[in-house]
Design a protein around this ligand. Structure first.
Ligand code: FE2
Length: 410
């Protein structure tokens, strides 16, 4: 994380005695990245964070197998056709994956149990609804449009609004059910390095800054014994039972913690002529990037073409999740809100037939802005298809560009 936060109580110096009101010692825990050589936080527990009483292997088969994108095709999936159910951890439906990242859809209807992903950071993007994120660092109320970035190893749980299990404190007022895109990295998800000073402060050219990041709002304490925590690790899933509830942190400080960032707080960067996706970049992970396409003024040169040019990013597979507004370049392709397109390396993609002409005509008619909102993930290794994407594929999409060339075609 780019900057320091402090929550609750902690001692005046690191690694000194810190006593509970009853005279016993709080248990200090360092959560740190890259072997004591990167960001970290110090957490102070009421009980030992090491005290587990049981560990059981649990079934990870529900994750589903993936198949290669073979024969190579651009693809279109409709997440709106996927069933709702489960929670934001157990209800994940695998869309796309490679060795660097797993991308899932979830439409939870229940609160999750305690969960720790020890394979990497997660970024959960809420397309609709609202959810409360609760963790050892504290809670964050998240709503539609929020990314919640969760550092590897953070024990947490999710409580969607409107599921019947929420308390008054969890209500965020939304009536829509929660739908989320879950990005599980095999490493860390961070702001792009080029947005930061050498010491980690967001620079002036960055499209967002520290004030846009919402951290946990205070210590979150819960009582309980024999608390199960689902742990995702390299070899699968295990259920570890903790002697005491892991939410026992009275205070912490440091630069590593979960946070939320709303896509509505991304300040779009525009040019006179079309700007490529790096201006939309929001986060970076190991061998992938996450970009946010947000409502913005259209390109404003008198001769501008305000949609993307045909392009072939030879090193990338490109996944686009259409989350709001009207995406001009995909008109006539069947792509709508909740759609996901996959444009793989090896395939040149671009606007649908007629989209360029329509966009230019729109400028002439006085259209000056776009309301399109999309989340894009570009990976540097091919994405394989998971069960959820194969189940909802629109098989006509791959040939929609050629179909539009026919007289009268859309
Ligand atoms: Fe593209």
């Amino acid at each position: 994380m780019p900057y320091y936060r402090a929550i609750g109580e902690f001692p005046r110096k690191r690694h000194v005695r810190f006593r509970r009101p009853d005279g016993g010692l709080y248990a200090e825990e360092l959560m740190g990245e890259e072997g004591f050589s990167s960001d970290s936080s110090l957490l102070y527990h009421r009980y030992l964070p090491t005290a587990i009483v049981k560990s059981e292997e649990t079934d990870g088969a529900a994750d589903g197998a993936t198949t290669p994108n073979q024969p190579l095709l651009p693809r279109h999936f409709r997440t709106g056709e996927l069933p709702a159910g489960g929670d934001l951890v157990s209800g994940r439906q695998l869309l796309l994956a490679n060795d660097d990242v797993r991308i899932c859809f979830a439409a939870p209807r229940a609160g999750s149990g305690l969960y720790r992903n020890s394979t990497g950071d997660e970024a959960v993007y809420l397309r609709t609804g609202a959810a409360r994120f609760e963790s050892v660092y504290g809670a964050i109320d998240a709503a539609a449009g929020d990314y919640v970035v969760i550092p590897r190893g953070t024990i947490h749980r999710w409580i969607p609004a409107g599921d019947g299990t929420s308390t008054g404190a969890t209500s965020t007022g939304g009536s829509a059910f929660t739908e989320a895109l879950v990005i599980e990295a095999r490493g860390h998800i961070r702001p792009p390095r080029r947005y930061l000073s050498q010491y980690g402060q967001f620079l002036e050219h960055a499209p967002y800054c520290e004030r846009d990041l919402r951290g946990p709002d205070g210590p979150l304490l819960a009582d309980g014994e024999d608390e199960p925590v689902l742990v995702r690790h390299r070899d699968g899933l295990s259920l570890l039972t903790y002697a005491r509830h892991p939410f026992d942190v009275v205070g912490w400080d440091g630069c590593l913690y979960p946070y939320a960032f709303s896509i509505a707080d991304f300040e779009p960067i525009v040019k006179r002529t079309h700007a490529p996706p790096p201006v939309h970049q929001t986060f970076e992970g190991p061998n992938f990037v996450i970009c946010s396409f947000c409502p913005r003024p259209l390109d404003f040169d008198a001769e501008s073409v305000p949609v993307p040019y045909n392009h072939h990013n030879v090193d990338s597979d490109e996944m686009m999740f259409y989350v709001g507004g009207d995406y001009t370049a995909r008109k006539g392709s069947g792509v709508g809100l909740g759609s996901i397109t996959l444009h793989p390396s090896g395939f040149t993609h671009g606007p649908q037939p007629g989209a360029v002409e329509a966009a230019i005509a729109g400028l002439a008619e006085g259209r000056t802005s776009t309301d399109e909102t999309a989340v894009m993930i570009d990976t540097f290794r091919p994405l394989r298809l998971g069960p959820a994407s194969q189940r909802t594929e629109d098989l006509s999409y791959a040939f929609s560009w050629a179909r539009g060339l026919s007289p009268g075609g859309a």
